[in-house]
Write a new protein. Structure first.
Length: 510
């Protein structure tokens, strides 16, 4: 993508005053989403105990947010390009906070699933807007690399703050309190963002095509739903129909974008090998990680018996590694190369996941902590550099749509990861053989087994828990092996797709 560069002596002319303060507001938005995603994992055992969802409902609670957000990200990113990224960010943040209250007070599994879906609608407005605003706030590529690193580090910090704060709340209040922590963050974001954030939009946006929006949503939800159901229950006519409907809708979406004078998403972006390689790397990385991370909190609490706060602290090394790597990723990629940093990061994560295939019920924390640290460093390098590549590949007026593609890959990978790897864990777990008198609910989830054991005689309860925990660990190690294979394949693909890709150094026009 051609871009006009300015000489070095005019750099200061395009450095917007107050850009770093404005970045702090965007960081709050990232924290809002990251904290919400991580506290759900910690709260899952409590939700399972209180709302008594089936195993399938529990997976829906975990991934319906990703389904909806993946289906709407491109549409919302394009809407932000049209009506203003600041406006859609502030509207989305307000809705996100309000719907968090609905999540906190959900009284049935069905209502919880609906609340998570609505949260996905609000969440779809946030992440593309934050990255797009960074693209238009920072026109010096080196400053932008640092800003993207801080943005990524904030997501990792949210991943650290979420479990620790969530663990504290879970030990002192009911599980709904973990969603209410969104409210003060949202309030600060909106009040400060109104004053500090500059508005930016595409000067020639074209219409917001509702048919394209519908095709995108139906396509993404249909395909992801079909993959989830096939992984959990095998192929059925309804599953096949959903998958075919989704594929047909996505085909229609692509065809429509290619014929529209001003499309919601310019499909020509994918002709850029660096852009396509970065998007694919993001998707495969999250696919390999997300299903495993979703069940890791349950492993720490329900298998190893850690308290929620302790489990949150146990996950800190991943966040610390990601924060450090994110802050230096741009500098390292310029010193070496984009493909070396991305491929190396993905390979490190893959090898770390491979190490998890040997864990058992009583695995010591040194191994777990080391694995989490390596995962954080590798993911921090990869995600930061790929985000920078995606933003650098497009002109500023298309930043919202391009950012949405990046986030769609992230959310689609999360949904597929929870669906596929989560279904592996659940499938292995359900087949465990318990002692006589084991209730059917114990086979739905590990949380269900812990709840069922409380009503059984001591000897029977101990045998049930041992069998259930071992089955859960067996599923977790198998999922870790699959995740490791996906990450190593992503590392190889990135090495070839990102060949010759470099981060920019020259100053660009705002």
């Amino acid at each position: 993508m051609n871009r006009t560069l300015r000489p070095a002596h005019t750099n200061e002319a395009v450095k917007r005053p107050g850009r770093w303060l404005a970045l702090s507001v965007l960081v709050l938005a990232v924290l809002l989403v990251a904290v919400d995603a991580t506290v759900l994992g910690l709260a899952t055992p409590y939700i399972s105990e209180d709302l008594a969802p089936t195993g399938t409902q529990l997976l829906w609670i975990g991934d319906v947010y990703s389904f909806v957000i993946a289906g709407l990200l491109v549409s919302m990113g394009s809407l932000g390009d049209r009506i203003g990224r600041k406006r859609i960010l502030l509207i989305g943040a307000t809705a996100f906070g309000a719907i968090s209250v609905l999540n906190a007070y959900a009284a049935t599994p069905e209502l919880m699933i609906v609340a998570r879906a609505l949260l996905g609608v609000a969440g779809a407005t946030l992440m593309p807007a934050t990255l797009a605003l960074i693209r238009n706030l920072f026109h010096d590529p080196r400053e932008r690399s640092l800003a993207v690193g801080i943005w990524g580090a904030a997501a990792s910090a949210g991943a650290a703050v979420g479990p620790v704060v969530g663990g504290f709340l879970l030990e002192h209040f009911w599980w709904g309190s973990v969603f209410l922590i969104n409210l003060p963050v949202m309030a600060v974001l909106v009040v400060v963002g109104i004053k500090l954030l500059p508005e930016s939009r595409n000067p020639n946006p074209g219409p917001w095509d509702l048919l394209s929006v519908t095709l995108s949503l139906v396509g993404m939800v249909g395909v992801v739903y079909a993959v989830k159901e096939a992984a959990a229950h095998g192929f059925a006519w309804a599953t096949l129909a959903a998958g075919l409907l989704g594929a047909a809708a996505l085909y229609g979406f692509v065809r429509r974008q290619l014929t529209m004078p001003v499309p919601l998403l310019d499909m020509r972006l994918f002709r850029n090998r660096g852009f396509s390689g970065a998007v694919l790397a993001d998707l495969l990385t999250i696919l390999g990680l997300s299903g495993l991370v979703f069940f890791l909190s349950q492993y720490l609490q329900l298998v190893q018996g850690r308290r929620p706060f302790e489990a949150g602290l146990a996950e800190l090394p991943a966040a610390v590694g990601a924060v450090v790597a994110g802050l230096i990723a741009g500098r390292v990629a310029r010193r070496f190369s984009v493909r070396a940093v991305v491929s190396g990061g993905l390979a490190a994560v893959g090898l770390a996941l491979a190490a998890l295939t040997v864990i058992g019920q009583n695995t010591g924390y040194p191994l777990l902590g080391a694995v989490l640290l390596v995962v954080g460093v590798g993911a921090g390098f990869s995600f930061t550099v790929t985000a920078d590549v995606i933003l650098s590949s497009v002109p500023g007026e298309q930043a919202g749509a391009a950012s949405a593609v990046s986030e769609t890959a992230y959310e689609l990978g999360a949904a597929l990861g929870i669906a596929v790897l989560g279904s592996i864990v659940t499938g292995v777990y359900r087949d465990f053989t318990g002692p006589d008198g084991t209730p059917a609910a114990a086979h739905e989830s590990l949380g269900g087994a812990v709840e069922a054991a409380s009503d059984l005689p001591a000897h029977t309860a101990e045998a049930l828990l041992n069998a259930a925990r071992q089955a859960f660990v067996d599923g977790l190690t198998l999922a870790a092996g699959v995740g490791a294979a996906v990450l190593l394949a992503a590392a190889v693909a990135s090495w070839f797709l990102l060949r010759g890709q470099r981060l920019e150094d020259g100053m660009e026009h705002p």
